[in-house]
Design a protein around this ligand. Sequence first.
Ligand code: SF4
Length: 217
Amino acid sequence: MALSEELISWTHEQKCRKAVTSLEKNGFTACFCPSPQNAAEYIIAAAADSATIGFGGSMTIASLGVEQILREQGKEIFNHGPATFSRDEKMAIMRRQLTCDLFLSGCNALTLNGELINIDATGNRVAAMCFGPLKVIIVAGRNKLVDGTPQDAIARVKAWATPPNSKRLNFKTPCAATGFCSDCNSPDRLCRVTTIIDRKPRFTDLHVLVVNADLGF
Ligand code: SF4
């Protein structure tokens, strides 16, 4: 690794570690992962006693490549992502995610104060993060860190996460066309449920992995 890359990585690591310390103060189980591989290994180990595993439609989790490994271990997988599913099939899978043993999700933004900020269109993902699954693991790449308030984090999501997500999903929103949020009232609007998880939900075993790599958007 060139010296400049090393220094950039070191700087990111300090921010990641600050977020981990803040998350722990806020009651979460938090872990710094130097690489995506470390995060994948953490998930595989944490899934050892889980028979059913839900996936929250996250590019970050997909990039870790854990789904196939868990499937081969005989876990029952609830992933509504494949386009081959009908709407009813997707709804049924999303309902099963709410009571699975382990739910895996990315995060739209994570403040250095240890607050998790997410914006959903349906709400299934944020619902499962808060209550229902026995264990939840949220993975946040360093690109999701925000040195600011939850409002700053919401602005980050609408500037950097929702426009590419709208485009990826082929939604007819202004941000999918321009790359900028115009606080639309589109029928396809993704921004419908905004959550700030600022302390560990009382009855959810919630782990947050902060990874020193850019993951998702
Ligand atoms: S409010 Fe509309 S334009 Fe703004 S980010 Fe959400 S979907 Fe895009």
